[in-house]
Design a protein around this ligand. Structure first.
Ligand code: CO
Length: 162
């Protein structure tokens, strides 16, 4: 099922999500619907608050792998950082250069509730950091410097301040 994607400045994007206590059929279904919605929107990542659900669930499609992650938690970040361009399904048409850790180690549950621990780099690491930020109400526009902010100010102006 394709879900409606909430666009900035929808206040739900600023909420902090709750831990999922149990991966029930409802959560599995949410993961499936999010993956479908992400693919339909030609995105490579989606977080539950973007479809109005305040639960710690994300989907990521990168490096030829589709992942559904529940309660993802970054347990290690590389000191080394990389700058790369990011988009967000809640900000159609906006692309920003964002600095992120090059590699991360993460633990959580997969879409079936199985415990996992993974180490990733490259695009997967970037998308995961972006999506996990969403679960705490953090958006990629919060991560840019003065000059980029100035450049996009006009674009975001009719949405109010941020
Ligand atoms: Co996003």
């Amino acid at each position: 099922m394709i879900l409606e994607i909430k666009k900035y400045p929808d206040p739900v994007l600023r909420e902090k999500c709750e831990e999922v206590k149990e991966v029930t059929d409802e959560i599995k279904n949410l993961g499936r619907n999010m993956a479908e919605t992400m693919t339909e929107g030609q995105g490579i990542g989606l977080a539950a608050p973007q479809i109005g659900e305040l639960k710690r669930v994300i989907t990521v499609q990168a490096d030829n792998q589709l992942r559904v992650l529940v309660n993802p938690k970054i347990i290690k970040k590389s000191k080394e950082t990389v700058v790369g361009e990011e988009g967000c399904l809640s900000f159609p048409g906006l692309f920003l250069k964002i600095k992120r850790a090059k590699g991360i180690e993460l633990k959580g549950l997969d879409g079936n509730g199985k415990e996992i621990q993974i180490r990733v780099t490259g695009l997967t690491a970037r998308v995961l950091q972006h999506e996990i930020d969403h679960l705490d109400g953090i958006l990629f526009i919060d991560k840019i410097g003065f000059w980029q902010r100035l450049k996009i100010r006009k674009k975001l102006k009719h949405h109010g301040s941020y």
